[in-house]
Design a protein around this ligand. Structure first.
Ligand SMILES: Cc1cc2nc3c(=O)[nH]c(=O)nc-3n(C[C@H](O)[C@H](O)[C@H](O)COP(=O)(O)OP(=O)(O)OC[C@H]3O[C@@H](n4cnc5c(N)ncnc54)[C@H](O)[C@@H]3O)c2cc1C
Length: 484
């Protein structure tokens, strides 16, 4: 029987496994995290902790399937600009077909009815007019917001169904893959316990799917075979988490939940966009061990009076600079240094006036995350901040009040993406039988497309095992750098 290694059981790995569930092969699944039923809700949310633990925890760290356990918003539209770049790889129709499959799976396993947010013709006319007058571009999307509170049940139920239908799965939870060696016709996986390392083990496989997410992308670059892949440098997004009153945004929230609005800044000609809106949600720290970022999430039942969303400026670099991730991490660490180790928060009015925020005690918007008051301008490049302020001023024409002095800005919210890897339409790399899927391939930026890439890899392997075992893939170059 052929053997398949699946490294990483996050959003993409789970859907790859679902696709491969009853295949005639032995599948070994490796994940640093604990088994699904042992994955826990955020200790800060539960009131058990007030600050993040010193080590990144499995709730928020991107190496631990963050998005499908935290907030769990799934973009369901095949868009050329939102959620990843699979549109470029497989085209609109093929992408939409797989996204529909992802939607169906999630809805089938949801413990409660989850509404699909789908703007109607009146909403679309409304936003098109408003956005144009504000000099912004609206990008259509349908989405599913499962909420952090429903995420464990959905993921566990999908995995339970896969287990029930398959007898050839071997799970290695709490196991870190240390090395992946590519040998002629074989993949050697060396792994060890994550929490209490002992003697590493090694197993050989005929196929390998790497689905280690953004958190595992550094590990991927350290593997010997990595230099033999066809790669392009990735991009970074640098920005802030904005927290404002839910009353300022209620009309767009009601119509769209999260309208994707893009803006080209006059100051620097940079593309600025909103990302990850959380109406009535909470700002949360995102602990990466070396540095702490901010993020946001919302729940289906517990609500705040605020809305939070990210405003991000995307940057790509040209030679000689080759390390965009280091650039964004350096900015993040500078913010953390000023804040005594965590995020900074500043009122928009203070940022405009060039002064630090000293207290928020009488501020109209009360923070949902306790962060150090300070001056973000001491750490962030002026170019980025000027573009973000322009963005908020434009957004204020659609959501009056958003750009008021009392609006809170949290820093740093930085997203760095792995190098773009050339893959076939089934996510197979230029190394035959090696598939790299999800965010670690850089083709995806969210749960929906990550899951889709897993389906594509599963379909590809199924065709090979069933039909032509040694088929060499046709490779496609990643053409353009679209935004999530
Ligand atoms: C806080 C936060 C909130 C987010 N919210 C959303 C959201 O609401 N909606 C959305 O669409 N996107 C969201 N995202 C983005 C989303 O998490 C990713 O796009 C998505 O999870 C990518 O799926 P993936 O399978 O590529 O990686 P992941 O889901 O990150 O899974 C990677 C898996 O690989 C494992 N792993 C890594 N390295 C190793 C190793 N060496 N050995 C063994 N296992 C390993 C990890 O434990 C993890 O389980 C969020 C991200 C963060 C950080």
């Amino acid at each position: 029987m052929q053997k398949i290694a699946l490294i990483g059981l996050g959003a993409s790995g789970l859907f790859a496994l679902k696709e491969l569930g009853n295949i005639e092969a032995e599948i070994h699944i490796f994940d640093v995290g604990p088994s699904y039923e042992k994955r826990y809700a955020c200790p800060i949310d539960q009131g058990k902790l007030t600050v993040c633990p010193p080590k990144a925890c499995s709730y928020c760290a991107p190496g631990q399937s963050a998005g499908s356990w935290n907030d769990f918003k799934v973009i369901l539209s095949a868009s050329p600009v939102i959620g990843g770049r699979l549109y470029d790889l497989i085209g609109e129709q093929e992408l939409q077909t797989r996204l529909n499959k992802v939607r169906q799976t999630i809805l089938t396993h949801a413990p409660v009815e989850i509404p699909i947010v789908k703007p109607d013709a009146t909403d679309l006319e409304w936003i098109k007019r408003k956005a144009t007058l504000a000099n912004m571009t609206y990008h259509y999307q349908e989405l599913l917001h499962c909420g952090s509170d429903n995420a464990p049940a959905i993921n566990t139920s999908i995995l339970d169904e896969i287990k029930a239908n398959s007898s050839n799965l071997v799970f290695h939870f709490d196991s870190k893959v240390l090395n992946l060696n590519v040998k002629p016709d074989k993949f050697e996986v060396t792994f060890d316990r994550y929490k209490k390392p002992g003697e590493p083990n090694m197993l050989s496989f005929d196929y390998c799917i790497v689905s280690v997410g953004r958190g595992g992308s550094h590990w991927l670059t350290q593997q010997d075979f990595y230099k033999n892949l066809d790669i392009y440098p990735g991009q970074v997004d640098i920005g802030l988490r904005v927290e404002t009153s839910c009353y300022f945004t209620e009309e767009v929230d009601r119509r769209f939940y999260e309208p994707k609005l893009y803006y080209r800044s006059q100051h620097a000609n940079d593309i600025v966009r909103n990302f990850c809106s959380n109406p009535k949600g909470f700002v949360t720290p995102e602990n990466h061990r070396d540095y702490v970022l901010v993020n946001g999430h919302s729940k289906m039942y517990e609500k705040s009076e605020n809305n939070n969303f990210a405003v991000l400026v995307s940057k790509t670099f040209t030679r000689p600079f080759k390390n965009p991730q280091l650039y964004s991490q350096t900015i993040a660490k500078l913010v953390n240094m000023l804040a005594g180790g965590g995020p900074l928060v500043q009122r928009l009015g203070d940022l405009r006036a060039g002064r630090r925020t000293k207290t928020l005690s009488n501020n109209l918007i009360q923070p949902s995350l306790e962060a150090e008051c300070g001056d973000i301008a001491l750490a962030f490049p002026h170019r980025i901040l000027a573009s973000i302020i322009e963005y908020l001023d434009a957004l204020d024409k659609i959501c009056p009040g958003v750009a008021s002095d009392a609006t809170l800005l949290y820093a740093p919210e930085c997203k760095s993406y792995p190098d773009s890897i050339t893959v076939s339409k089934n996510m197979e790399t230029t190394i035959p039988n090696l598939y790299i899927i999800g965010d670690s391939s850089s083709w995806t930026r969210g749960v929906g497309q990550a899951a889709t890439s897993g389906i594509l890899a599963g379909e590809g392997i199924k065709q090979k095992i069933a039909v032509k075992p040694n088929l060499i893939p046709v490779s496609i170059h990643p053409k353009s750098q679209h935004l999530a």
